[in-house]
Design a protein around this ligand. Structure first.
Ligand SMILES: [Zn+2]
Length: 189
């Protein structure tokens, strides 16, 4: 890092300040972290911090518009224990799409709602079956194992899962046992 005003490259400080960032034509107010040169007081370009500030503004924009945040999307995907590319293809999106969303890009409402629906395991199963032909055999095997219930139970018992309310994510609000009973009932009729 270097101050382009006085060419100091060692003496910096980072301050928190209110900043307005324009996201899709809308003013988003965030508390950003900005680096200053301690010699001449000029603002210094700091790639990592500037990028974080931008992501913060994008996340806030998503929240304000009722869209899933990057971390929401990451959380949904990680519940299925699949890669960004696999999740993209199951959703019928371009290979890199989920990666972009998890890195901060803003999804449109249709894509947002698709991901939101995929949060429910029953919907996820429908999409998975539909997209199987474009998945690799090892991806299919891994997902089938998760969907078979054994892995789900495992995740369900996981401490994080409880903390994040995974019951709602996986079973649409039903417990695992309730879901099993419904499944058996449906299979019987
Ligand atoms: Zn300076």
């Amino acid at each position: 890092m270097i101050c382009l005003n006085c060419y100091n490259d060692t003496n910096f400080e980072t301050k928190k300040e209110h900043e307005t960032i324009v996201v899709r034509g809308e003013d988003i107010e965030i508390e950003s972290e900005v680096t200053y040169c301690k010699n001449c007081n000029a603002k210094v370009w700091n790639e990592e911090l500037d990028n974080n500030n931008l992501i913060k503004a994008y996340e806030l924009y998503k929240k304000n518009h009722g869209l899933l945040t990057s971390s929401d999307i990451k959380f949904i995907r990680e519940n299925y224990n699949i890669s960004q590319s696999t999740f993209s293809r199951i959703l019928g999106l371009g290979e890199k799409t989920i990666t972009r969303y998890e890195n901060g890009s803003i999804q449109d409402t249709a894509q947002n709602n698709l991901i939101l629906l995929a949060k429910n395991i029953n919907n996820f199963k429908v999409l998975f079956e539909k997209q199987k032909s474009i998945l690799r055999p090892e991806e299919i095997a891994k997902i089938e194992e998760i969907l078979s219930g054994r892995e789900v139970k495992l995740l369900f018992n996981n401490q994080n899962a409880t903390a994040y309310g995974i019951k709602d994510l996986f079973f649409g609000g039903f417990t695992y046992e309730e879901q099993q009973r419904q499944y058996e009932f449906k299979s019987a009729v």
